[in-house]
Design a binder for this molecule. Structure first.
Ligand SMILES: [Zn+2]
Length: 77
């Protein structure tokens, strides 16, 4: 009986490990689509109002100053 229980636990463990491994492989193969990876290719500018460094696409020019696109600034001063 103990042998059967051991086998069941072993199979469950192998199944769990295989599942994690497949998920790991899939995550590795995916092209970088998250915003953090995308921001790497962009120029980083500093908001003159709150001082936060943001990607250029998230900024705008206001009276010749670079500021956050979302006004008022979403970042704490
Ligand atoms: Zn700002």
């Amino acid at each position: 009986m103990a042998r059967i229980l051991f086998l069941i636990v072993l199979i469950a463990l192998l199944y769990f490990i295989a599942k994690r491994f497949i998920a790991f492989l899939n995550a590795k193969q995916d092209p970088p689509t998250n915003p953090a990876a995308k921001a790497k290719d962009e120029n980083i500018v500093q908001c003159t109002l709150c001082g936060t460094h943001i990607p250029e696409s998230e900024s705008m020019v206001l009276d010749t100053k670079r500021v956050c696109k979302q006004q008022p600034c979403k970042h704490p001063v």
